[in-house]
Every structure is written in C-alpha cells, then in structure tokens.
Design a protein around this ligand. Structure first.
Ligand SMILES: [Zn+2]
Ligand SMILES: [Zn+2]
Ligand SMILES: [Zn+2]
Length: 308
C-alpha cells in the first residue's frame, strides 16, 4: 500500500515537474539574440587591404538584434541589414520560431535597411510583413525604387512610428522608438527600447555624440537591463578620412562618461556597430582587454538575452 502511494506521489510530482518545466519554458519565451555586430559595411570591408580585413575568411555581420517570442511564435528584427538572410536563419535556428512578424528600422543608412530587398519578389516574396519606420523614412521607402515596389506589391506593410510612442506587439513585447541625432540624409534616426515581460534592452547602433542628444545616456542605460550602444570607433584617428565627417561617440568617450558609475551599470553596456578598423574587434587587443576590465562588454554574434 505504502509503495503504491509512493509511486503515485512520485508520478504526481514528476507530472508537476514536467508541467513546471513547460510553464517555465513558455514564460521564458522572449529571447533577444545578437544577429550582427559591425558598422554598415561589415567586416571585411570592401576595398580594405589592411590588417583589419585582409586575412579574414568569414564575414562579421552588420549590427542587428532579433527578438523571438517562442510562446506566440513571433520573430522581430531590429534593422534589415545586407546580412538579413543569414541573420534570420540564425534567429530561427536559435529559437525555433520560423516567421518574420515585424522589422523595426533605425534609419536609412545602407547597413540598416537595404536587407529589405530580400523580402521582395526576387527573394522571399513576403506578404505584408510589417515594417516599422519613422514618417520621413516611410515616405522615402514609398517614393523611391526599388523599395516602392515592395510597398506596391504588398511585400511589406509600412507602419509609421512616432518618437517615444510605444508599440505593443501581439506577443506582449513593447517597443519604443527614440529619436537620436545622426546624419539624417534620407530619414530620421531612432534607437529602440525593447521591453519584455521582466527585462528590457536599449538598441542605439548609430548616434553622432551622446552630448548632443536631448537625453542623458547614463539615465537611459540605468533604465534598462541591457544596452547595445554605438561602439563604431574606439578613438579618434582610426580612419583615413576626417572622423568629424562621420561622427560617433568613441568607445573611449563612452567609457569616460560612465567612469564614475558602479560596475553594475557599466556591465549593462554591450558595444555594437564596430567599424572594421576598430581594434576592439580583436578580443586580445589591449583596447578590448582594458575596456572589459572596467566592466563594459561587447556584443557577440548569437549571444542570447532573456527578456522575461
Ligand atoms: Zn550604421
Ligand atoms: Zn579593414
Ligand atoms: Zn548611420
């Protein structure tokens, strides 16, 4: 009799464990995956014969994040880079979700939106894939080929954003675009705050300088759990043209802005969007080691972050 009870008890508790396991895996379903880490032109960069690129056999993908909701089987991409094909493959392989349910674009610089071309007739021939962008960017996509064809054929469904106005997605995720100062030739530039059930992330791959932003980057980083922010150049003098023509906060500047913040704040920062020349690409470089020693981190391809 006792044995029978013990067996029933064990069965009940293992059923409870299995249920708990499924509950946990369903509720920990919001996963952010780093899909790329470099500046718009990737690494190696075309035309570069210097040591940063010449021996590379494989490509570092352009900066992008993917967010998967395994429970509701939804995938969202942040930026549509020229590497979108392999990046979507990485996201779906990592999380098992096979769909594109929304693409959030930051701005109309080549590395951040030209991947849309693969959504068109010559590629996956998407059907009304929601593409979120700011109003000027929407007008640019609607009125200039080849993007206008994606709109005309219904491959994409353009969804206008408003700065600091949240978008609530089916999956319970909330996305908030935030305008940042940048070279806005064809569009506005935004960063995104991505808010999951319990945790949130900031994604700002491009900004001219933190000090000309109306917001305080320290406050913004403190408000999230993970901050994927502009790490284009390590320091001044890194490229052969005037760096003032392509302004970005140097990693050395960002490090100094955060120097008096506690380790827990510094550890939220993951530098992303590194130029091919940035010495911090190399994990063994003194610049990378010194930066990591202070608590800062670097985004790495395929890294996963739970949002709940
Ligand atoms: Zn960029
Ligand atoms: Zn190079
Ligand atoms: Zn840009």
């Amino acid at each position: 009799m006792l044995i029978k009870h013990a067996i029933i008890y064990q069965m009940k508790s293992s059923i409870f464990c299995v249920c708990l396991f499924f509950f946990i895996s369903l509720t920990s379903a919001q996963t952010l995956v780093v899909l790329g880490t470099t500046q718009d032109a990737g690494k190696p960069q075309i035309g570069c014969h210097k040591s940063c690129c010449k021996h590379l056999k494989s490509r570092f993908f352009v900066a992008s994040l993917g967010v998967s909701d395994k429970k509701n089987k939804k995938n969202y991409l942040f930026d549509a880079t020229p590497d979108i094909t392999a990046q979507y493959q990485l996201l779906s392989k990592t999380t098992g979700v096979k769909s594109i349910d929304g693409i959030f674009l930051t701005h109309a610089h080549s590395g951040h939106y030209t991947g849309l071309m693969y959504i068109g007739k010559e590629g996956m021939n998407g059907s009304k894939i929601p593409v979120y962008a700011m109003p000027r960017f929407i007008s640019y996509l609607t009125n200039n080929g080849p993007w206008s064809q994606l709109v005309a054929l219904g491959n994409i469904n353009l969804k206008p954003l408003q700065s600091q106005t949240s978008i609530a997605l089916d999956s319970g995720l909330i996305v908030i675009p935030i305008v940042v100062p940048h070279r806005d030739e064809f569009s506005e530039t935004v960063g995104y705050k991505i808010i999951g059930a319990k945790k949130s992330a900031l994604y700002i791959p491009d900004i001219d300088k933190w000090k000309i932003w109306e917001k305080d980057i320290i406050v913004e980083v403190k408000a999230v759990d993970y901050a994927f922010i502009d790490g284009t150049f390590f320091e001044d003098g890194e490229i052969n043209r005037p760096i003032k023509d392509v302004p970005h906060p140097f990693i050395s500047e960002t490090v100094s802005i955060f120097k008096n913040e506690p380790l827990s704040v510094k550890q939220k920062i993951y530098f992303i969007h590194l130029n091919h020349t940035n010495p911090a690409h190399n994990k063994a470089s003194p610049q990378r080691i010194a930066t990591e020693k202070q608590g800062f981190r670097f985004a790495s391809l395929g890294a996963q972050f739970m949002l709940n």
